[in-house]
Design a protein around this ligand. Structure first.
Ligand code: NAG
Ligand code: NAG
Ligand code: NAG
Ligand code: NAG
Ligand code: NAG
Ligand code: NAG
Length: 191
């Protein structure tokens, strides 16, 4: 009789302790998720770039051929890796698409980085159809934006997989005279 009561008491204590442990575990996991594992936007650091293979002629007709090679390091600050599917980078000038460059597929390791490079061919034919071209050209600066929306999966500890997207945008400013290229990029991660 006494024995049974004691063991029932033991059971109560035991389940009370498990409940507390469970609550602590949940609190710790949730806290970890929102602090350490909190999804962070990737950082994109472009390497110095220059306009290359420039062929330029004003008369009798404007001719401009150049290649804009962009190299950047993508830093993934998350505890999950990111695999992205075949992606296309779009280069726009004043809202008008002037180049589409396949970026292929790839992956960025957890808390690691990858280097990506794209080469865009810039020709006058398209630029000149923009009503802003001569004005910008006269000001000595042509600004472009490049966007790439990476669709893929975030993989945490090879166990958990989430659909994830990374939206990246780069502002590219080309100084016509010196061919210097100034690039800033931002990226947003969406789970
Ligand atoms: C400029 O590019 C266009 C289109 O790619 C090409 O047809 C043309 O031959 C190029 N011009 C020069 C001078 O390379
Ligand atoms: C990636 O997409 C481009 C354009 O949509 C296509 O030409 C290319 O074959 C694709 N590559 C792969 C590996 O699927
Ligand atoms: C990316 O390039 C940078 C500088 O060129 C280099 O330090 C780094 O090791 C490269 N990373 C990878 C993953 O290749
Ligand atoms: C850019 O031009 C080079 C040489 O003219 C060519 O090999 C390359 O495929 C072109 N790239 C794109 C994305 O059109
Ligand atoms: C081009 O970009 C540069 C640097 O961000 C900025 O100072 C300039 O005003 C921009 N020019 C145009 C025409 O948007
Ligand atoms: C890049 O960022 C720097 C510093 O914020 C700024 O001075 C420069 O105009 C930016 N360039 C472009 C192309 O947006």
């Amino acid at each position: 009789m006494r024995q049974a009561r004691r063991s029932r008491k033991g059971l109560k204590i035991c389940s009370g302790v498990s409940a507390i442990v469970l609550v602590i575990l949940i609190v710790v996991s949730v806290t970890l998720f929102f602090t350490v594992f909190k999804p962070k936007d990737p950082l994109i650091k472009p390497l110095p770039a220059k306009l290359e293979n420039v062929e330029f002629q004003l008369f009798p007709t404007l001719r401009l051929n150049a290649t804009l090679g962009l190299k950047a390091t993508i830093y993934n600050r998350n505890y999950g890796g990111f695999r992205f599917k075949n992606t296309t980078t779009f280069v726009d000038y004043r809202g008008m698409n002037i180049a589409s460059i396949p970026l292929g597929e790839g992956s960025v390791p957890a808390r690691g980085d990858i280097n990506i490079s794209t080469i865009a061919n810039i020709t006058a034919e398209k630029l000149i159809t923009s009503p802003y071209f001569w004005e910008d050209f006269g000001s000595g600066r042509l600004n472009f934006t490049s966007t790439a929306n990476l669709h893929g999966k975030a993989v945490v500890f090879n166990l958990l997989k989430f659909n994830a997207k990374v939206f990246s945008t780069c502002d590219i400013s080309v100084q016509v005279l010196t061919k210097a290229v100034d690039v800033n990029c931002t990226a947003k991660l969406k789970l």
